[in-house]
Design a protein around this ligand. Structure first.
Ligand code: HEC
Ligand code: HEC
Length: 268
């Protein structure tokens, strides 16, 4: 009992001390400015930082990992693509313009259907059409220097010489979607979480999953909730299980989730 009292008294003392200290001793604190590294100074960018940027784009705003991951198995793994790229351009099926591995990877990102890795084409097209979205336009919209950063990341990962050049000028700041900014409309939620990479939805043309432009005519809210939170609970007929990422439920804000479900239910 005595110890308990001591703890209480001590805690109260600490709280009072900080309340006093915070209000009187320090001038009222303003929100801290964003960390300096948020604004990258391209002038003094090192290759190491550039590769790190590519790593972040691959796992973040590029949405590459939605498909290029060892779980879904619907896109080739890219750990060795820095090396494999050289082989691709010698493939008899290759009809693109790339002369080097670097050019092949850039072309894969800008015009995915130029060469379709065997077995990964859109169903029924005999590997002539890639389901991968053009990542330099539309919702993903990577800038040229961001494409280069991803190539540098791939080359380093595969252990080959990094051939891309560092950007010469400071590129215009890209508008990053901050995870903390809640999306306010169905379209924004779709863009923020990359649904359009796989689905036809909100003007985007994904080709790996079912067309969702009229999903509300067939499915109710309960079904749609479950489809996003637990994609493997029901598998849309004719589509592969295990491909839709199972973790949107933990990433989305609850408000965003409700906006998204409303949006889909009204798509008729
Ligand atoms: C919607 C799924 C999807 C997304 C998102 C996606 N890809 Fe792909 N990607 C594929 C598929 C499927 C293939 C294989 C078919 C082909 O060759 O186009 C592929 C092929 C590639 C290749 C050629 C691989 C090889 O072995 O020749 C590269 C390079 C590549 N993707 C890079 C990227 C990068 C970088 C991003 C993100 C900026 C990305 N992809 C986003 C599905 C996707
Ligand atoms: C990497 C590709 C991929 C991404 C990204 C993706 N999905 Fe899917 N989704 C699929 C596939 C494949 C299916 C069909 C298999 C299944 O039912 O799980 C599917 C199924 C669905 C279904 C059920 C459709 C039906 O007719 O039963 C809904 C709804 C859905 N997705 C919504 C979304 C939403 C919303 C997002 C973004 C938050 C999203 N998906 C992101 C691949 C994806």
């Amino acid at each position: 009992m005595k110890t308990f009292l001591k703890v209480v008294i001590f805690s109260v003392a600490v709280i009072l001390f900080y309340a006093f200290y915070a209000n009187v001793m320090i001038p009222q604190v303003r929100p801290a400015p964003p960390p300096a590294e948020a604004k990258l100074d391209m002038g003094s960018l090192t290759m190491e930082q550039f590769i790190h940027m590519g790593d972040e784009i691959f796992h973040g705003k590029g949405t590459c990992e939605l498909c290029h991951n060892p779980v879904g198995g619907r896109a080739p793994l890219l750990d060795q693509v820095g090396k494999i790229a050289e082989e691709r351009i010698k493939d008899p099926r290759y009809k693109g313009k790339a002369k080097t591995g670097e050019e092949y990877i850039r072309e894969s990102m800008k015009e995915p259907s130029t060469f379709v890795v065997a077995g990964f084409g859109v169903k029924g097209t005999n590997d002539t059409q890639s389901p991968m979205p053009v990542v330099t336009s539309g919702a993903i919209g990577l800038k040229d220097f961001e494409v280069d950063a991803v190539i540098a990341y791939f080359q380093q990962k595969a252990g080959v010489t990094v051939t891309v050049q560092l950007p010469k000028e400071t590129p215009k700041a890209t508008e990053e979607t901050h995870v903390a900014d809640p999306a306010k409309s169905g379209e924004e939620v779709v863009t923020k979480y990359g649904c359009g990479a796989c689905h036809k939805i909100a003007g985007q043309q994904g080709a790996l999953g079912p067309d969702l432009t009229k999903i509300g005519a067939k499915k109710n809210k309960d079904y749609l909730r479950r489809a996003v939170l637990n994609p493997n609970a029901d598998i849309a007929p004719g589509f592969p299980a295990g491909m839709m990422p199972p973790d949107f439920g933990t990433k989305m804000l609850s408000g965003e989730f409700e906006i998204l479900i409303d949006y889909m239910v009204k798509s008729k």
